[in-house]
Unconditional design. Structure first.
Length: 443
């Protein structure tokens, strides 16, 4: 038995004070013979970081619905040092599938006619710096209160919030005025377009992530935005941009997932389409995906829109807006845009009802037909979006493309490769391989 008499109050006080530096835990001190009753005064919320953790929890309010960290088990003891039993919990309330019997099947609503932006969910709008994504966002933000068109197509009318942590009000004033002039919209008709200016404060974060644990908490600004949305009831809320509204390491999967979850909850609570602007990493820009950081960013978004400038385009004013990912609509929507009179216009015809019937099957049939033609004529086409001979683009420009778009060809290519009807072959040197597509079956 350790000699408990040698531990005086002064010695115990010194041992506890040194815990941060030595890495010692209360369990370690107990094993060394320090009486439990002498440690009780120190163990009440005194684990290293416990007070700060409780303060962070308090800042979150009831957002996560979990107890403060001081109630969690720590180092084999509860942080208060007195409760030997785990906290009481209630079982989950379950929903029986049979309760949906005879209820109407819920239908996903969208902000826009093309079904790019789902209501009550989070969409990521990504694009390299200077490509024009803020203009695309502003055009959408203007169109709803103005009851006009967004990129040539209808958009849900109603109030809009634009949370700006990047562009100041002078810049936004100038851009909005120019867009309105080009679109024939009067500024005095935009009373329902609400800008929140966060450009004059250092930290505009709505969500704060802990790089070590991956845990996210929401800030006071998040709660203020929540209250503002309650008052305004926006059909869409635009967040500019991710790097400024979310703090923490973007490569941390926990932070990415938590941040997207927080945005999703706001959108669902207010039935508002949440659109978060984002910059791609160098790798994401090179690959044409628009991605940056953890894959949880795109996984958490219900739709991803990637605005790019085609590399081989002779006209520097053209862009493509590609629906890289969508959970609630058809994959493969690709819009061709052109910069004209201080805003973007869509050069594609507006889709009509019934246009999508048999579209996927048609795209695969035409892709296979054109690939066989190119194979027979010794013309190589590539599966890579960075190649000048990218198959979907080459095929969309062919005289026999049957009006199939590059976006439709892109997803047809993926389906055909998965079905083992098309394969990627390689030629050339090992250090500089050239990939090309080859048809394995007849159309």
């Amino acid at each position: 038995m350790p000699d408990e008499k040698k531990y005086t109050t002064a010695i115990v006080d010194a041992l506890v004070s040194a815990m941060d530096y030595t890495g010692t835990t209360f369990d370690d001190l107990i094993e060394r013979g320090v009486p439990m009753e002498m440690l009780h005064p120190y163990m009440d919320n005194s684990e290293p970081g416990a007070i700060e953790a409780d303060e962070d929890w308090a800042a979150r309010g009831d957002f996560m619905g979990d107890p403060p960290p001081s109630e969690h088990k720590k180092n084999g003891q509860y942080a208060n040092g007195h409760d030997p039993a785990p906290p009481k919990v209630e079982p989950f309330k379950t929903i029986r599938a049979s309760s949906w019997h005879d209820l109407p099947i819920p239908q996903q609503d969208f902000l826009d006619h093309r079904k790019l932006i789902p209501m009550g969910n989070t969409t990521i709008l990504t694009g390299a710096s200077g490509v024009g994504k803020t203009y695309v966002a502003l055009q959408g933000a203007i169109a709803s209160p103005a009851r006009s068109l967004w990129l040539g197509a209808p958009i849900k009318p109603g109030p809009v919030i634009f949370y700006s942590a990047e562009e100041n009000m002078d810049v936004l004033h100038s851009r909005v005025a120019r867009i309105c002039l080009a679109e024939g919209v009067h500024l005095d008709k935009l009373a329902d377009l609400h800008f929140i200016d966060l450009t004059e404060i250092v930290n505009a974060s709505l969500i704060k992530g802990d790089d070590r644990t991956g845990v996210t908490i929401v800030t006071d600004l998040y709660h203020r935005l929540d209250q503002t949305m309650t008052a305004i009831k926006p059909v869409s809320t635009w967040l500019d941009n991710r790097g400024l509204v979310v703090s923490g390491n973007e490569n941390n999967r926990g932070i990415a997932a938590g941040a997207m979850r927080a945005c999703q909850l706001l959108g669902a609570k207010h039935n508002s389409a949440m659109v978060m602007l984002s910059h791609p990493s160098n790798a994401g820009a090179d690959k044409g995906s628009g991605a940056s950081g953890s894959t949880a960013w795109f996984a958490g978004g219900r739709s991803v829109l990637n605005l790019t400038r085609p590399e081989d385009a002779d006209d520097r004013s053209v862009r493509t807006l590609d629906n890289n990912k969508t959970n609630y609509a058809e994959d493969g929507t690709l819009l061709n845009l052109k910069w004209e009179m201080d805003r973007f216009i869509c050069t594609d015809p507006l889709p009509r009802a019934g246009d999508d019937i048999g579209k996927a099957d048609k795209a695969q049939r035409v892709f296979l037909k054109l690939l066989i033609w190119h194979n027979k004529n010794g013309i190589e086409v590539s599966p890579s979006t960075k190649s000048h001979s990218w198959a979907p683009k080459i095929f969309a420009g062919h005289h026999d493309c049957e009006k199939v778009t590059p976006g439709q060809f892109r997803y047809a290519m993926g389906h055909l490769i998965d079905a083992k009807k098309v394969e990627t072959r390689t030629r050339g040197r090992k250090d500089q391989p050239v990939n090309y597509l080859w048809a394995l079956v007849q159309p």
